[in-house]
Write a protein that binds this ligand. Structure first.
Ligand code: NAD
Ligand code: DAU
Length: 355
């Protein structure tokens, strides 16, 4: 089986759902269920014996040791992280605890488990670390996109903590021979995206008649990838990636933030017009910029395409329309994550560590 960490979050849940839709291989899903973890993301797997959920922390060495010994996974895919840049600015400590200390503890537990495996299983074992393009820092307008050779220049507490985790993963390969792979992906969007991030926040605020808060001049550029394309890239790297290598993942979709917000307004105008006939764009409101805001990210994903034949299935136009439609069709999911009621439900349903 596969051990997936952070599999109740946005990308992790999409990965687990896609994995079990395509494969019979079971998934052990270890997630702390922070504010960002939501078991409702996995509702489709209720009663499916191939999905084993454990509520727990990647920093809990004793729990990790027990889970590895009991379930004997053939690979670990590490999504677990604190992931929101704005939260890292207000409270960096959790980012250091999970992204740095947690990754370290996970690496150590996995190293001890892997070292004792019989030769054939040891040879086949993989540890895939899911990381971000933000470790590379910020690009000037005409600079070429980040390749895997680009130096690390993280600018926020979040990106610095992810860069630290990437370095640990690299060192555990170089020093101990742990069979690791790292992916550095650009901005994801799609179903189950927590509405603290740009795209889902704009959709839910628009529908609620609230302002659409654009930081600074709105001309910061991000490179967007539909989440299931990120999942297919991870599956491909897990299958065939070269040990110790890093692979950039992206869809060549650089867009300024204000263009993203205007696109969302246009789609909502078409699919759920405002009662007063005005455009949702009337709700756009420029607000104070994020401190240290990175100006531009862009990913050069040619290595992944050249070596492993991966290309994204969605264009930005198809992916963003699907995303808006998903939010329109799942008002109960949005209401749940906004009220925090899902956490009460989890406490009641999953008292103890397993469910
Ligand atoms: P998310 O915040 O939606 O989900 C993170 C999940 O990790 C949650 O379910 C949370 O409960 C869990 N978690 C947090 N701390 C934990 C701990 N100590 N132990 C166990 N579980 C813990 O994040 P996401 O957007 O799904 O990102 C997943 C991974 O992908 C992260 O490592 C992130 O850095 C990386 N990434 C994200 C993006 C993006 O655009 N969202 C892009 C590139 C890379
Ligand atoms: O690049 C990959 C990264 O993308 C991931 O590693 C992170 O986990 C993920 O959160 C994301 O980071 P960003 O900071 O780019 O994403 P966010 O959705 O927070 O913001 C996207 C852009 O939109 C950014 O330039 C800030 C801006 N923004 C964001 C919010 C929440 C606004 O203008 N207004 C907002 O209210």
């Amino acid at each position: 089986m596969l051990l997936v960490t952070g599999g109740a979050g946005f990308i992790g849940a999409n990965f687990v759902l896609d994995w079990l839709a395509a494969s019979q291989e079971p998934v052990l899903n270890l997630d702390k269920l922070t504010y960002a973890g939501n078991l409702h993301n996995l509702d489709r797997l209720q009663g499916d014996a191939r999905h084993v959920f454990v509520q727990g922390d990647i920093g809990d060495s004793a729990l990790l040791g027990r889970l590895l010994a009991e379930h004997r996974p053939r690979a670990v895919v590490n999504f677990a992280a604190e992931s929101h840049v704005d939260r890292s600015i207000h409270g960096p400590e959790d980012f250091i605890q999970t992204n740095v200390v947690g990754t370290f503890r996970l690496l150590e537990a996995v190293r001890h488990y892997w070292s004792a495996l019989p030769a054939i299983e040891k040879e086949a074992f993989r540890f895939l670390h899911v990381s971000t393009d933000e470790v590379y820092g910020s690009l000037a307008p005409t600079e070429p996109a980040f390749t895997e050779q680009h130096g690390f220049e993280p600018n926020s507490p979040y990106s610095a903590s992810k860069a630290a985790s990437d370095h640990l993963v690299r060192a555990w390969h170089h020093t101990y021979g742990l069979p690791v792979l790292t992916t550095n992906c650009s901005n994801n969007y799609g179903p189950y995206h927590f509405p603290e991030k740009l795209i889902p926040l704009m959709i839910v605020n628009a529908l609620a008649g609230k302002p659409l808060p654009v930081y600074g001049d709105g001309m910061q550029i991000r490179d967007w990838l539909y989440v299931t394309d990120h999942c297919s890239a991870i599956r491909r790297v897990l299958d065939a990636g070269r040990l110790g290598e890093t692979y950039n993942v992206g869809g060549w979709n650089e867009k300024p933030n204000i263009e993203i917000v205007q696109t969302l307004c246009r789609l909502l105008d078409e699919l759920r017009p405002r009662a007063d006939g005005q455009s949702y764009a009337a709700q756009i409101s420029y607000v104070t910029d994020r401190p240290g805001h990175d100006r531009r990210y862009a990913i050069d994903a040619r290595k992944l395409e050249r070596e492993l034949g991966w290309t994204p299935a969605e264009t930005f136009e198809t992916g963003i329309r699907k995303t808006v439609q998903w939010y329109l069709e799942h008002p109960e999911w949005v209401a749940n994550v906004q009220t925090g009621a899902y956490r009460d439900w989890v406490a009641q349903q999953y008292a103890g560590e397993s469910a």
